[in-house]
Design a protein around this ligand. Structure first.
Ligand code: ATP
Ligand code: MG
Length: 252
């Protein structure tokens, strides 16, 4: 396979301006299939904006986005999702008045040929209920199946959200600060979930917690003022003097 074929995600010269504010400047990077890539950088570096551009929620001012060798730059977000892209957000996006299993069934259904049968009775989708419960069981949350999402703790919501994204069997999963705001015990549950996916789903992970970064990813991209200032294996980035200076304060 050549580089273009083995790439899951390729960004070529992505720039973004909000009016006079330049937020991303000529971001080029390639994530191989099966890779787990971390994106780090100070607050306001442009990380979430980059995700919005990859997912199709924001147009880039310049550059192109390629998913599995296909230029998706002009596709709207829902078409990119159908092409295999899933994401989680910095804030929770579950349906709070539905149960955990109902949230999962909706996510599974959104990616099935029956996705337009929204008014069919749920009993018709018994198999999907079972699939959802099996997924919950995988992370030890089967006991929460019938609980309203509203009643869950923040850490559990996060886990369900990631599970929901994984349930779509995405080609590429974008995770924006999955452990933000979590207590240490909940953060390690989320980290364990992501580690278990090793070798499977291609992931790009924005994360401030270096413990999580070192546990989960193999390669890192460092963004600073919207530019890629370093890109490579963890060990190389750890020793990069420029990265230490601008971001990590010598703690790496
Ligand atoms: N819709 C928007 N309109 C105008 N400016 C925006 C918009 N979205 C983001 N910005 C600005 O773009 C810059 C980058 O924001 P972004 O959210 O991408 O940073 P980030 O790296 O994700 O930061 P954090 O680590 O705090 O989440 C910030 O200065 C932000 O204020
Ligand atoms: Mg952000």
């Amino acid at each position: 396979m050549n580089d273009a074929q083995s790439a899951c995600l390729e960004l070529r010269g992505i720039s973004k301006r909000f009016g006079s504010l330049g937020v991303l400047d000529d971001v080029t990077l390639t994530v191989r299939r099966g890779e787990r890539r971390g994106i780090i950088g100070p607050n306001g570096a442009g990380k979430s904006t980059l995700f919005n551009i990859i997912a199709g929620e924001l147009p880039a001012s310049a550059g192109s986005v390629h998913l599995l060798g296909r230029d998706v730059s002009r596709l709207p977000a829902h078409r990119r999702a159908r092409a295999g892209l899933a994401r989680t957000f910095q804030t929770t996006t579950l349906f709070p008045r539905l149960t955990v299993v109902e949230n999962l069934v909706l996510a599974l259904q959104a990616h099935s040929p029956e996705r337009f049968h929204l008014l069919a009775p749920r009993s018709r989708y018994r198999a999907r209920d079972e699939e959802a419960v099996a997924l919950l069981d995988r992370v030890g949350l089967a006991g929460c199946a019938e609980v309203l999402v509203d009643a869950l703790g923040y850490g559990e919501k996060r886990q369900i959200e990631i599970l929901l994204a994984l349930a779509q069997k995405p080609q590429l999963l974008l995770l924006d600060e999955p452990t933000a705001g979590l207590a240490p015990a909940d953060a390690s549950l989320v980290t364990e979930m992501l580690k278990r996916e090793r070798g499977g789903t291609t992931m790009v992970l924005i994360e401030h917690d270096m413990g999580v970064v070192f546990d989960v990813v193999e390669n890192l991209t460092v963004l600073h003022h919207g530019r890629v200032v370093a890109d490579g294996p963890l060990e190389t980035i750890r020793g990069d003097a420029k990265v230490q200076e601008i971001y990590l304060g010598g703690n790496l």
